[in-house]
Write a protein that binds this ligand. Structure first.
Ligand SMILES: [Zn+2]
Length: 262
């Protein structure tokens, strides 16, 4: 499932390929991904417009159009973007396609149709409606603020990290990685985590998400000390050589090393 590092790379990809060009055609191949707008209205609203700039909050991209409206994209479990030429190949599960005046097309592909696309007058109203918290990589999210946010919550640390209304952008894979790097067991209760431990979680959150983003969210490129490429029960722990264990936390498959994390 695309998390902050993946979605930030999608945003950069969109910036590098699709800005400032007239959108000559909008094709909705499957309206199941649309929210609060019909295929016809989406097409007529975006046709002849341009994508001007992008912003990201957590797992959402907001594309600013040249008429002031905002196109929201969420990638569900399996979404991604692909920019291709007339002679190039259309991705297999393209749900919405934006054709540009240069003959290229940007496709929003989403195999499991759990992603969402929506048009709004501004980004803030969507953020408010969804109750999204600060982005995990927001420079305004310092240690003090992180402590305040976490201090208001109870329950397991992994659950708190994944709660998008506390901090947005972290999902199943990166909460596991952050906690592995911090040496904290994902089921540890927040109220039993010391100040020093919480500081470690904060530092690892920034470091892991930053590293993963710069390495294109591809686990094959991650440092050898990372757990993300080894998400399989019985893998060798890169920290101690022990065995990686799989448990369920809130029904999500969670990987950890019981020796390195406590
Ligand atoms: Zn270990």
């Amino acid at each position: 499932m695309p998390e902050l590092p993946d979605v930030e790379n999608f945003r950069r990809y969109l910036d590098a390929t699709s800005l400032h060009r007239k959108i000559t055609e909008v094709e909705v191949a499957d309206a199941a991904v649309l929210r609060k707008i019909s295929a016809g209205r989406l097409s007529s609203s975006i046709q002849d417009r341009k994508f001007e700039s992008t912003e990201r909050l957590g797992k959402y991209i907001f594309v600013n159009l040249d008429n002031g409206q905002v196109l929201m994209m969420h990638f569900g479990m399996s979404g991604f973007l692909k920019y291709f030429s007339k002679s190039g190949s259309r991705p297999p599960h393209a749900r919405v396609l934006f054709g540009f005046s240069n003959g290229y097309t940007l496709a929003y592909d989403c195999q499991r149709k759990l992603g969402r696309i929506r048009l709004a007058d501004d980004m803030e109203s969507i953020i408010r409606e969804k109750g999204l918290g600060l982005d995990a990589m927001d420079p305004g999210l310092g240690l003090k603020r992180f402590r305040r946010i976490m201090g208001r919550r109870r329950g397991m640390i992994k659950t708190a990290l994944m709660n998008q209304s506390a901090i947005s952008g972290i999902g199943n894979i990166y909460s596991d990685e952050i906690l592995f790097q911090a040496g904290i067991h994902p089921e540890r209760k927040l109220e039993k985590i010391s100040d020093d431990e919480l500081k470690r979680v904060y530092r690892m959150m920034k470091r892991v998400l930053g590293t993963a983003t710069e390495r294109k969210a591809n686990p094959d490129n991650y440092p050898p000390s990372y757990l993300a490429p080894l998400r399989e029960e019985g893998s060798e722990c890169p920290g101690c050589g022990g065995r990686v264990e799989k448990i369920k936390v809130n029904n999500r498959g969670t990987y950890l090393c019981p020796r390195c994390q406590n």
